[in-house]
Design a protein around this ligand. Structure first.
Ligand SMILES: *Cc1c(COP(=O)(O)O)cnc(C)c1O
Length: 383
């Protein structure tokens, strides 16, 4: 079905931060499968873990324990402020599950409260309920009527959340940095204020870290930048470096599901969890978050130089290796195409903005190479 605006390129091979098409053309990949290939393409640790697991046990039902699921859950809990994990297969399933958990919490502890407050410009996935949660008309309008129970309020406006909270509210769900919606950073103290408001009202704070989590922003989780702790957190994208997986985690007090209240056939699959464990273990053991932070700084310095050089660059922003560059006019598509012709894959975030979400193992030379290609593409634009 024509649901994706395809770029007419067929990719057949990947290694590290590079991919190759069926004509043997090489590209530096600054899209990483939409912030998924955290350790780049076909990382040896992930390949080894998946290969071993495929030879050992591919799938059993969640009626039984498996070692990879236990190992990944343990590593996530040891390295986050959360205590319990539910595994699923994608981001949308993770946020959907987190909302179901919040509704159970509302039934049990908040007199039946069920409403979840989310932000405009947010993105929480494509299921019908998550389209309703995502505060973007373009995802909602084709599917009206939408499931009820979601209130979209302005991002970075604490007053708007305060106003929307009532006796029906069970949670606030936010991306710490809005990824798909534009790499929109939270204002100073916004998340802290939201967190304090949730505590004061006794409602849950759900952070959707599907794009920001697993080292992307230079910390393992973005909430660490803002000195807050979510009650519930969702993960997917970079968690298994390319093998489909999702998860939501909760603090002990918010972990209210009992047996039978939620489930998944494939969720927590041994192969996916082995890939997740290999990814997370490599990130932790090799200070890959430190690399994301350092390479993010290096990319910033290069983007600053380009901004000095081209007056139609209006802004660049982001944390770690989640970055966007914005222009005064709608040149993103043409820039993306020129970059591709010159061997660099970048993501068109908006008509006037590009997003850079390379692998977290990207190095200085690769960033310099990308900046060179971008510079060349920019020099062809008439301002
Ligand atoms: C990508 C994304 C999702 C949806 O993930 P899928 O795996 O595509 O369902 C949800 N939330 C955020 C913040 C995302 O970036």
């Amino acid at each position: 079905m024509p649901t994706f605006k395809r770029i007419p390129v067929t990719l057949v091979k990947g290694q590290g931060s590079r991919v190759w098409d069926d004509n043997g053309r090489e590209y530096l990949d600054f899209t990483a499968g939409w912030a998924v290939n955290s350790l780049g393409h076909c990382h040896p640790s992930v390949v080894e873990a998946v290969t071993q697991q495929v030879k050992t046990l591919i799938h059993v039902s969640n009626s039984y324990y498996t070692i990879p699921q236990i190992k990944l859950a343990e590593l996530l809990v040891q390295n986050s402020c959360l205590d319990k994990v539910f595994f699923c297969n994608s981001g949308a399933e993770a946020t959907e599950g987190a909302v179901k958990l919040a509704r159970r919490y509302g039934h049990l502890h908040l007199g039946g409260a069920y409403e979840v407050i989310t932000a405009t410009g947010s993105f929480h996935g494509r299921t019908l309920a998550m389209v309703s949660a995502s505060g973007q008309p373009k995802f909602q309008e084709p599917y009206i009527p939408l499931p009820s129970g979601f209130i979209n309020v302005e991002f970075n406006n604490i007053k708007a959340i305060e106003k929307a909270i009532n006796e029906k509210t069970c949670a606030v769900m936010l991306e710490p940095i809005q990824g798909e919606g534009g790499v929109n950073l939270p204002d100073d103290n916004y998340l802290k204020a939201v967190s304090e408001l949730c505590r004061q009202k006794g409602i849950l704070l759900i952070l959707d870290e599907i794009q920001t989590g697993i080292g992307r922003t230079g910390n393992l989780f973005a909430y660490e930048h803002y000195s807050i702790e979510p009650d519930v957190m969702t993960l997917a994208k970079g968690l298994a470096s390319g093998i489909p997986i999702g998860a939501f985690l909760a603090k002990e007090g918010a972990s209210v599901f009992t047996a039978g209240e939620h489930g998944s056939t494939f969720g927590g699959n041994p192969v996916a969890c082995a890939a997740g464990y290999a990814t997370l273990k490599f990130i932790l053991d090799n200070d890959i978050t430190g690399n994301a932070e350092a390479m993010g700084q290096h990319l910033n310095a290069g983007l600053e130089e380009l901004k000095q050089k081209y007056d139609f660059i209006t802004d660049f922003r982001g944390l770690g290796l989640l970055k966007a560059i914005e222009f005064s006019n709608n040149i993103a598509l043409s820039l993306m195409q020129t970059c591709m012709e010159n061997g660099l894959l970048v993501n068109k975030l908006k008509d006037n903005a590009l997003r850079f979400i390379p692998s977290l193992i990207i190095n200085k030379d690769e960033i310099n190479e990308a900046l060179g290609i971008l510079d060349k593409a920019l020099s062809g634009i008439k301002s």
